[in-house]
Write a protein that binds this ligand. Structure first.
Ligand code: SAM
Length: 415
């Protein structure tokens, strides 16, 4: 039947297009696992925060406190201008979010699979937190001396001649780990060692681990080998990131000098920027940041966060805690490509697309590389890059001060 075709496609791809709405449900673990060859992302590691009863209890307490406090306030305060603007933004997207969520609730065959996810998880593993020390290590004067060792497993071609099977050998190569582009150019996963930790690098992926001060090294030497797809998830300042101290944040003015224009392909690029729901930030991006980068705003996608039972992670209308985040999409037009040529080569970017998924670790975004690909300008030598990345993606370059964070082998199982 039609429905079970859709479900089997989901089991294969991790993507389920919901009926009657601009929405897709994705299972990040299945999506990520499409590109690994010798390892699998472990669902219990990916979903440890969502399914851990200790964390879930904490979130419930926080929101019930919040409600209690709200009830005590007798007179509701009138909204100030900025709050009114934020509320208007919310009211505009609300019908799309509701419709998407209703379609998910109706997709019972999908929800059955998703709710079983929890039961099928093994014991949850907790990350030893070696990453923080890498951010610090990258800043000491000895940083250039640290090397990462990649263990390549060349395919055993020697058997083709009918001779005796040769012993599987492993070629090891060491590279400076900081301020250097480390590349897995093979079509297989590669295991890497750094200090006392092991990391899994997906096929045809690279990382450049550095502070913002070194980002100019990403500017391509030749003008026609820039990037045609750029995803950026900046460490915006906000209460929650600072409180929890998962990573350091930066004031907005630092992002104005990101060399987005300079790393774009000369024939144009699609830029996707994750933003928080703070109204002040939205104004900054629209009026200052996108213009400074030469990006023309085109559309917004929304990431709606749900639990394994399909319900939203919190009430849709809580003012200071929304169950969704926004991805702003814009285009950098190329030198040669006029808009007519661009539109003839790729589908038009739809507005208000909704991506539903169960959140992973704190601030970890769902894997959207595949969804964005079809909207990026199609170019001969186009490349993809993620800025402020905490993980690696097959076919992509990951830049940031902790691009190996989620690549640690503790997050993977061997197939
Ligand atoms: N997109 C990521 C994910 O899905 O897991 C989350 C990115 S997080 C919002 C921002 C990242 O920027 C953090 O990894 C943080 O360590 C990094 N960062 C903060 N300050 C930085 C700096 N000065 N240079 C480079 N990266 C920095």
């Amino acid at each position: 039947s039609k429905t079970s075709d859709k479900l089997s496609e989901f089991l294969e791809s991790g993507v389920y297009r919901l009926e009657d709405s601009n929405a897709v449900f994705i299972d990040p673990v299945r999506v990520l696992n499409r590109s690994y060859t010798r390892f699998r992302v472990s669902p219990s590691a990916y979903y440890s925060r969502s399914f851990d009863s200790k964390h879930a209890g904490q979130e419930a307490r926080v929101s019930s406190n919040f409600r209690k406090r709200k009830r005590k306030e007798k007179k509701p305060q009138p909204l100030n201008d900025r709050e009114r603007a934020a509320d208007q933004r919310h009211q505009e997207v609300r019908p799309f979010l509701l419709k998407a969520h209703e379609s998910l609730v109706r997709a019972t065959e999908l929800l059955e699979v998703v709710s079983n996810l929890k039961g099928n998880l093994g014991p949850s593993t907790s990350s030893p937190g070696a990453e923080q020390s890498l951010v610090e290590l990258g800043q000491v004067w000895q940083a250039p001396l640290y090397e990462i060792t990649l263990n390549f497993h060349p395919n055993d071609n020697a058997r083709e001649d009918g001779g005796a099977p040769t012993i599987q050998y492993c070629e090891q190569r060491a590279f400076p780990v900081f301020n250097n582009l480390v590349v897995n150019e093979t079509s297989e996963d590669v295991e890497a060692e750094l200090l006392n930790s092991r990391y899994i690098l997906p096929p045809e992926s690279s990382f450049y681990m550095s502070d913002l001060g070194q980002i100019h090294n990403l500017i391509p030497a030749e003008s026609d080998c820039g990037f045609n797809l750029i995803v950026i998830d900046p460490p915006w300042e906000n209460g929650s990131a600072r409180q929890k101290q998962r990573y350091s944040t930066l004031p907005n003015r630092y992002f104005l000098s990101l060399p987005v224009k300079q790393i774009c392909h000369t024939d144009g690029a699609l830029v996707a920027l994750w933003v928080t729901n703070r109204e002040k930030l939205r104004g900054f991006v629209e009026k200052e940041l996108f213009p400074a980068w030469g990006v023309k705003y085109v559309a917004t996608f929304f990431w709606l966060k749900v639990k394994a039972d399909g319900s939203l992670i919190c009430d849709l209308d809580l003012f200071h805690h929304r169950p969704y985040e926004c991805l702003l999409l814009g285009l950098v037009h190329g030198k040669v490509t006029d808009s007519k040529q661009l539109s003839s080569t790729k589908p038009k970017l739809p507005d208000n697309q909704i991506i539903l998924s169960i959140p992973g670790d704190y601030s970890r975004k769902p894997p959207i590389a595949g969804l964005l690909h079809e909207y990026a300008p199609r170019l001969q030598r186009g490349r993809c890059i993620e800025l402020f990345a905490r993980e690696m993606t097959a076919g992509w370059i990951s830049w940031g001060n902790e691009p190996l964070h989620f690549q640690e082998s503790i997050n993977f199982m061997k197939t």
